[in-house]
Ligand binder design. Structure first.
Ligand code: PGA
Length: 257
């Protein structure tokens, strides 16, 4: 059975370590399905706490019953030195992260991250041994997604070698669907995922396009998760708001089984 990725993007939540512990404990209260790569992306400040409390050696939590992977929500592109406020890829790797989300629309549009910066971050992530989860998507419903996705993918992956691309995950997240309660239609999400594969296939080789995990994100809930995750061409979901509700998030994981 093909592996499905479920990523919990906590964004700038929760506001206390106690609450972060409660969330992870809640997720681990159930045995997680084997075919799922469950990835938690807490704020930087909780990465160590989540790891220390719940990750035994080798990445398994609670005696190996469940395995959860850790992702950062961002990474600096500098390696070290005088860059106040920045966190390097090596720091993330050393703290136990396997993944990092790069190019999330909230960083692109609310913070002003450009494709050039995203490209530098992707290069830094690959160099540090992290697996990047590149988020892309059109801003408005009805935007020309062929143009938008082509431009984002080509600029974000500029100069990145085929030898690294095998570690990439792409999350197709239409910006208008993020945090709005207005999810994409499963058909449109699937055709966008196919478009992503086509662009990657043209840039690299068709083999990469076939193997590339392409996820959907944007108002995924327990109600609609199965419609997205259940499609063969969609390899999982990037979940924001619903990942902060234990009951709902556990249902989403179940659907991915
Ligand atoms: P949402 O966020 O599920 O709250 O829409 C998704 C995301 O930001 O990745």
């Amino acid at each position: 059975m093909a592996k499905k990725y479920i990523i919990a993007n906590w964004k700038m939540n929760p506001s206390s370590s106690e609450e972060a512990i409660r969330l992870v404990r809640g997720i681990l209260s159930q045995t997680l399905p084997k075919n799922i790569e469950l990835i938690i992306a807490p704020p930087f400040i909780y990465l160590d706490l989540v790891k220390k409390n719940f990750f035994a050696k080798g990445g398994s939590a609670f005696g190996g019953k469940n395995e959860i992977k850790l992702a950062a929500q961002n990474v600096g592109w500098f390696e070290r030195g005088a860059f106040t406020g920045e966190i390097s890829g090596l720091m993330l790797k050393n703290i136990g992260c396997d993944y990092v989300i790069i190019g999330h629309s909230e960083r692109r549009h609310k913070i002003g991250e450009t494709d050039e910066m995203i490209n530098l971050k992707l290069k830094a992530a690959f160099k540090s041994g992290l697996n990047p989860i590149l988020a892309i998507g059109e801003k408005e419903r009805g935007d020309d997604i062929i143009k938008v996705l082509n431009s984002q993918i080509k600029s974000d992956l500029y100069g990145i070698d085929a030898s690294e691309i095998g570690r990439l995950i792409i999350a197709y997240e239409p910006v208008w669907a993020i945090g709005t309660g207005l999810s994409d239609t499963p058909d449109h999400a699937l055709s966008s995922a196919l478009l992503v594969r086509k662009i990657i296939g043209n840039l690299y080789t068709p083999d990469f396009a076939i193997d590339l995990p392409v996820l959907y994100g944007g108002s995924v809930t327990a109600e609609n998760a199965a419609d997205f995750i259940g499609q063969t061409g969609i390899n999982g979901a990037l979940v924001g708001g619903a990942s902060l509700n234990i009951e709902e998030f556990l249902k989403i994981i179940k659907f991915a089984e």
